[in-house]
Design a binder for this molecule. Structure first.
Ligand code: BTN
Length: 326
């Protein structure tokens, strides 16, 4: 943990009371002057830190900006996801940043957030609207021991963890739309873009790119999205702390990633099916030029959707766009 992360963590854990400069200096092994310099730096980043002679330092308020040290301090220890967290003010796409880190052999679990993306991308070649500080736009590097055909398991696990985190952080009822959209009141609030680099029978790495519409107002949403998209703020009626939400999400994703890596995909898939509004319904699926109609039955062992077509055959679906009909 960096010095800033340790200071923020100490300030958070002292609740109402404060923590003295001497205590911090002892805990961190740096001089009191160095503690003071770090506190000043944190203040310039928007942390409202009070200093009083009797109580010492107290954290009164944190800014709604993402700060890597702060995220690490709040997150604490995770198994894989979030061992390393980096924050960019702006980037093309966080998936691009992770791709570069993957080529530099950075270990799995690193998470890159951007306050805004100039070329955010969604599934099926779509653009992903990523306005500054309104959402969580981030990507995670993973190197699971899965065969390429099993990687849908990861998308299923990511959707399961993301849904649970949104529900826990906001108290809202969230559902999954196959393969990995998170819906609130039937509208999309978050999506996942999985990009895979593999050899014939071995996954080299996977980039999990996640976008969550957190504090967008209805007016912030582009007109063409207003009927189908929503945000956590629109649904709860109040602003949501992005840092707190980010920590919930990374914890839940770490939990579900560990579950599938230890061979427990079935339990993840069961939870996914319970929370999925697509399963059991008549659907239309568009894959490129082809359109399938039928009933979404279940997931198979690799996480693909099993569709009973209108002609009675069972089709295994791994991509495309699903609409629940009727
Ligand atoms: C979808 O189409 O539903 C997937 C959207 C994924 C968006 C996220 S935002 C962070 C990461 N970087 C990108 O360019 N895309 C993903």
């Amino acid at each position: 943990m960096t010095t800033d992360a340790q200071i923020l963590s100490a300030l958070r854990s002292c609740n109402e009371g404060g923590v003295s400069g001497a205590e911090l200096s002892h805990k961190l092994g740096i001089s009191r002057a160095a503690v003071w310099a770090r506190i000043e730096e944190l203040r310039t980043l928007g942390y409202d830190i009070e200093a009083t002679p009797h109580l010492g330092y107290r954290l009164l308020n944190s800014p709604d900006t993402l700060h890597a040290d702060d995220l690490l301090a709040r997150l604490g220890k995770t198994k894989v996801i979030g061992r390393d967290v980096r924050v960019f003010q702006e980037t093309t796409s966080t998936n691009d940043v992770i791709e570069k880190l993957a080529r530099d052999n950075v270990p799995e679990g690193v998470v890159v957030f951007a306050e805004s993306q100039s070329k955010g991308r969604g599934r099926l070649g779509r653009k992903w609207f990523s306005p500054s500080r309104k959402g969580l736009w981030f990507s995670i590097l993973l190197r699971p021991k899965l065969r390429p055909q099993e990687t849908t398991q990861l998308t299923v696990a990511a959707a399961t963890g993301l849904r649970r985190a949104i529900e826990r952080a906001t108290g809202l009822k969230a559902k999954i739309k196959w393969p990995n959209d998170i819906l609130l009141s039937g509208k999309k609030s978050a999506g996942i873009l999985t990009e895979l680099t593999a050899e014939l029978d071995r996954v080299k790495h996977i980039i999990l790119g996640i976008g969550v519409d957190v504090n967008l107002s209805a007016a912030d949403l582009p007109a063409e999205l207003r009927k189908t998209a929503t945000s956590l703020r629109i649904e709860t009626g109040k602003a949501v702390s992005r840092a707190e939400l980010a920590v919930h999400i990374l914890r839940e994703l770490d939990h579900d990633y560990t579950r599938i890596c230890s061979g427990k995909f079935e339990s993840v898939a069961n939870e996914w099916e319970e929370q999925c509004e697509t399963i059991g319904h008549p659907v239309a699926i568009q894959i490129g030029e082809r359109r399938f109609h039928g009933r979404a039955e279940s997931l198979d062992d690799d996480g693909a959707l099993l569709l009973r077509t209108q002609y009675g055959q069972l089709e295994r679906i791994t991509g495309g766009d699903v609409t629940v009909v009727g």
